[in-house]
Design a protein around this ligand. Sequence first.
Ligand code: NAD
Length: 477
Amino acid sequence: MQMLIGGKHVDAKSKRTFDNVNPFNGEIVCTVPSGNSEDFEEAARIAKAAQPVWAGTPFYKRADIIRRFIGLVRENLEKIAKVVTAEGGKTITDARGELECLCMVFESFIEAARHLYGNTVPLNAEARTEGDIIFTVREPIGVFAAITPFNFPIELYAHKVAPVLITGNAVIIKPASDTPCAALMLTELLLEAGVPGGIAQVITGSGREVGAWLAETNNVDGVSFTGSTKVGIELMRGGAHNLQHVFLELGGNDPHVFFEDCDMDLAVAEAIGGRCYNAGQTCCANKRFIVQNSIKKEFIERLIEAAKNYKIGDPSDPETAMGCLVSVKAAEAVMDEIQSVIDQGGKLLYGGKRNGAFVDPTIIEVTKENDVAKDLEIFGPVFPIIGFDTFEEAVEIANQTSYGLASAVMTNDINKAMKFATAVQAGTCVINGSGNYRSVHQPFGGYKHSGIGREGTSHTLYEVTQEKTIAIRNSLK
Ligand code: NAD
């Protein structure tokens, strides 16, 4: 495959490429260019020139083009889903689901943007503005770089590209190196639908290259990033020279608290479903299982049973519930982290085995002092179980992390649930479900080191536009 710059399929100027490998069978899915700062800068210059024309295109015409794109995605859904499964090990069922979600996200942003109203300042609010009419309009910011992680190559593409385009910005997309194909296929469809070539461009290549370039260029006005906290901090620092509008959706080590009065069937189903979804590679997955000591033994027994019955296998089989991780390297990293948890005193109760890019669901009992009970985010199907006695202790363990993305609590006492929801330091709290939960419309994002800003139809439009005040002087005098 080739990159998309200025509406053309191009190789990297350096001619360098890298292979994208199917983690399930080791076959090469595609070979893509390895772009560098020269490619990025060329795309940014083209975007700078094209963006004012796109911003000047009436809203309803931009909406028509994007609606055409949604139709094209539906026509090509099966073809793209197969590629997503091949390049990332995601189950075919989840890949199809992500594409359906993309259509909903694009549709929702068209509707939300249609109601992106400005404000009117109350008339004659001050003596010095008497007779003036003061109102505001929202305008695009300019050229955005959108950097996505490997785990949701479709859904996160949608959450970045849809709001940026509908509001009249231009976007340069840098997909993750492990899953570059989906963004290329989707952007081809955007161009086919009528988005100008300078408005949606894709450059594949290493994250370090794009980070170094963003720290130098003056041709990017905004950065929309989803990925690790470490990289998010680097981007924030790098963007300072040009005051880029940087908004960040970052990592998490989310608590899932189980009180003794919870519904045990629901508790186990939500624990396993949340953690094993996408083979444990979800930012807002339940990653720390904080269980009241009075029910811990039963919870662990039931969880082991559920893990044994979880259907793991070929990602392209519609019956498979959990496929493999994104790469053998990622699976090896998870195994190293499991070992480090055990080295710190964790008691391995189930799993702990790897086969190629597959990691078994792994259940480990740990104390609240273990790194995994604080800041060690494991991106795989690992269940650290941490016991507690009192409500206060549950809150203390839940909050003893520098992250704050999502959280969850299981109890049949709504007052207790609400007390927990207000005490937990996280951007989302789910009651009686796992925190692995995202509505298209909610403000999704993190407290503390889990990010800055929020995504969702209720929010991203404010991140990607700026508000202008217009004052008509003396018109009412
Ligand atoms: P990552 O930070 O390594 O990579 C994300 C993207 O950034 C990739 O495209 C990568 O190529 C690029 N990148 C890497 N180094 C870079 C640099 N120095 N400058 C600029 N870009 C760079 O993350 P990952 O391993 O792909 O994804 C896993 C992480 O993402 C986890 O921490 C997870 O929790 C987080 N995540 C967060 C959300 C959210 O919405 N909050 C969603 C999904 C994933």
